[in-house]
Design a protein around this ligand. Structure first.
Ligand code: RM4
Ligand code: MN
Ligand code: MN
Length: 432
């Protein structure tokens, strides 16, 4: 028996048995309603069961702002404890089998052994994330004024080498992609020469793409501001798309929902990247003002649905080059990260399932007949359908919890972890 506390399957069954009768009633009622719309609920439930979204290793720790971080009890202290929390999330929601690691935060002593541990926990590794937005202890050159686009070629080389190291670790872990997000940019007008910086970015990324194995993909993540407050080198999807084209077949554009100005039509960006065959995938989160890193679906659930409307449309059209990867990228400053990640995984799945309820034939007709009111009401009909019973049944059928947060709280997981994992270090401000 493991010396670490785990929620056992019997406990989940016991929790489910209390909720099953009402779920049966709700599910049957929804089945009847959907039948009237010619939708077979079982088909939709299988889609919900097949849906997956990766969890970022850094998401299971408590986040913070630049003002403060309020550490929570029982936070994971190393990559193994992070995987333990990820496995718990997956056990209850059954849609998060993949974990995305951040190097150096999660640099393993023995990558092969970490891979084995993950496999035994029912997990595997999604995209690797490099980090050239912080200086690490013992690092030769500073990233204070940039990394892959720094004016000094030696700094660029160091940043390129770090990305190549991430690929090498990822190969041992069984990952197939590298996500590159750089903080490079300027706080003041005139600080950075925009064209020269972008040229250097391409030069550095060419080296990284060359080093990536043939079956790997390199994801370019854009962000309009922060930490640079005046200009960012890879500031928007247009720049990202230009770079992905220049870099060739391994390079794709990753969309983090929080990395756009307020009110930007992100679903249009998604449609464009799909059309151009360059959509890498997503970092899901939500935001009100900027890169707030709030929980997916907490502020703009309709936007999340509209994004999935584009994704499901592409899926149904079986477009070539359409193979998006989904990940949550959030900072949980106030909530228990395990609870937030479970809720977010459910919200993303909800948007996916709602998008599957869109009557696409009727929508096309409304579009061709120039009938905006009907087009919107077709989308709204799907969006307002409460698909919770489908999501709950999908989890239950896959061995998860009908109500993951309730089961998690009833298990006292956090209390057990607080005892097993006494805090090691003082709490600092910062995103992780
Ligand atoms: C950035 C970006 C990256 C993430 C870091 C922690 O804003 O979203 O994807 O790795 O934050
Ligand atoms: Mn991100
Ligand atoms: Mn971000």
């Amino acid at each position: 028996m493991s010396k670490h506390f785990e929620i056992d399957n019997g406990f989940v069954d016991e929790q489910n048995s209390r909720l099953r009768p009402s779920l049966d009633t709700d599910y049957d009622y929804l089945a009847e309603k959907l039948r009237r719309r010619n939708i077979n609920i079982e088909d939709v439930t299988s889609k919900a069961q097949a849906f997956t979204v990766a969890v970022p290793s850094w998401g299971v720790g408590t986040g913070g702002t630049r003002f403060a971080r309020f550490a929570g009890p029982g936070e994971p202290r190393d990559v193994y404890e992070k995987l333990e929390d990820c496995a718990t999330i997956h056990k209850l929601v059954r849609s998060t089998p993949a974990v995305s690691l951040h190097i150096p935060w999660d640099r393993p002593k023995d990558a092969a052994e970490l891979r084995r541990f993950a496999r035994e926990s029912g997990l595997y590794f999604d995209a690797m994330n490099s980090n050239t937005f912080q200086d690490q202890p013992g690092q030769d050159l500073s990233y204070k004024f940039g990394s892959l686009t720094h004016p000094d070629p030696a700094v660029r080389r160091q940043a390129v080498d770090h990305n190549i190291e991430c690929i090498e670790i990822g190969q041992v872990l069984g990952s197939k992609a590298l996500t590159v997000w750089i903080a490079d940019g300027g706080n003041f007008p005139g600080q950075v020469h925009p064209r020269r910086a972008l040229e250097r970015y391409l030069e550095s990324l060419h080296l990284i793409c060359e080093a990536a194995p043939q079956d790997w993909r390199v994801f370019l993540e854009h962000k309009l501001y922060e930490p640079a407050f005046y200009s960012t080198v890879i500031n928007d999807w247009g720049t990202s798309y230009y770079c992905a084209r220049e870099l060739g077949p391994k390079a794709f554009c990753l969309v983090d929902l929080g990395h756009h100005a307020p009110n930007v039509n992100i679903e249009m960006i998604v449609a464009r990247l799909i059309q151009f065959g360059k959509l890498a995938g997503f970092h899901f989160n939500d935001s009100k003002y900027g890169d707030d890193d709030l929980d997916a679906g907490s502020i703009k659930p309709f936007q999340l649905f509209l994004v999935f409307n584009e994704l499901v449309d592409a899926e149904l059209c079986a477009l070539s080059q359409f193979n998006p990867v989904y990940m949550l990228d959030q900072s949980h400053n106030l909530t228990d990260p395990v609870e937030s990640l479970m809720m977010s995984a459910i919200e993303v799945n909800r948007a996916f399932i709602q998008a599957h309820l869109v009557d696409r034939q009727a929508l096309t007709e409304a579009q061709e007949k120039c009938d905006p009111l009907m087009a919107l009401s077709i989308l709204k009909q799907a969006f307002v359908t409460d698909v919770s019973p489908i999501l709950a049944r999908a989890r239950e059928l896959s061995g998860g919890a009908i109500d993951p947060v309730a089961a998690y709280r009833a298990s006292n997981y956090r209390k057990h972890k607080a005892e097993e994992r006494p805090a090691r270090a003082k709490s600092f401000a910062g995103i992780v």
